[in-house]
Ligand binder design. Sequence first.
Ligand SMILES: Nc1ncnc2c1ncn2[C@@H]1O[C@H](COP(=O)(O)OP(=O)(O)O)[C@@H](O)[C@H]1O
Ligand SMILES: [Mg+2]
Length: 319
Amino acid sequence: MNIKTIKEHLNDVLRVTDFKNLGERKVGKVRDVYTKPDQITLISTDRHSSFDRIIAHIPFKGEILNQISLFWFNNTKDIIQNHVLNIPDQAILIAKNCKPLPIEAIVRGYITGVTSTSLWTHYQDGKRDFGNFVLPEGLKKNHKLDAPVFTPSTKFEEHDRTLSPDEIVAEGLMTRELIIEVEKVAKELFLRGQKIALERGLILIDTKYEFGLDENNKLILIDEIHTPDSSRYWKATSYQDRINKGEEPEYFDKEFLRMWFKDNCDPYTDETLPEAPADLIAELARRYIEIFEMLTGKTFKHDFTQTPIERVAASLSNL
Ligand SMILES: Nc1ncnc2c1ncn2[C@@H]1O[C@H](COP(=O)(O)OP(=O)(O)O)[C@@H](O)[C@H]1O
Ligand SMILES: [Mg+2]
């Protein structure tokens, strides 16, 4: 799809839903979640969040993220059972309602990052022993780790804390048996993700998984997997060249939209935000389409005959 087509559909976005028969509604940052005792309906909207608020709506984003996630659920189901039950629409996933574990299972394959919680920041500050793994001397920024590392963080607290599996057990958040199983599965998923991504010209840098327990206390992969919202990717083709030149790798990057808001308003305190320029919104949509097409090897197709909310409503009424 070209930029011109994208630009003609900037207002054709799925903003929010309010269905009455799907269960209790919770509007998340990006998804609308409807919960019934045995199943949840996750509707991926086109909301784009940053600074803890919605900053824009990106055409096709919801359906693309949902499709990417489904691609990965399909390609990992031999490793662990996932929550997928039914896909009535490109943007909708009906899933098994599970009891979410209280941690985010973060796995990192490269030493990178700029934030206070990033591996590179800790490493630069001299930290080597992370509890469940020790990093060797002499690592360089953006280099691949010999093996992926597991750096879980808390999930249901206002500010996420990174803590080691031992600390998770000590705080009574999970049993040792369970956290060991989660670490093993998360690393296996990540290695599979890296392998498939690389075959398609992408490097999976790091990611976050969520797990839950079903009614039999069986571990299930829930939420989303390896989407550009839960993971970071670099382009594999330019990686080595850029590293050799001392440059930063080429990201699948949303930062330019964030920067525009920082430059044009105070996104932390302003009550209402200005509308981002059409060119930037369209460019971000183009990037989502590009990463979808690279990963899945499919051409992205969108149903232009209905508005997204009409389509979603029709898909649900066919159930
Ligand atoms: N199978 C599942 N069972 C129960 N809860 C789930 C399941 N899959 C995902 N969730 C939860 O649904 C929510 C998805 O909403 P999301 O848009 O990611 O918003 P947020 O991340 O702000 O909570 C998350 O809280 C996630 O933990
Ligand atoms: Mg989430």
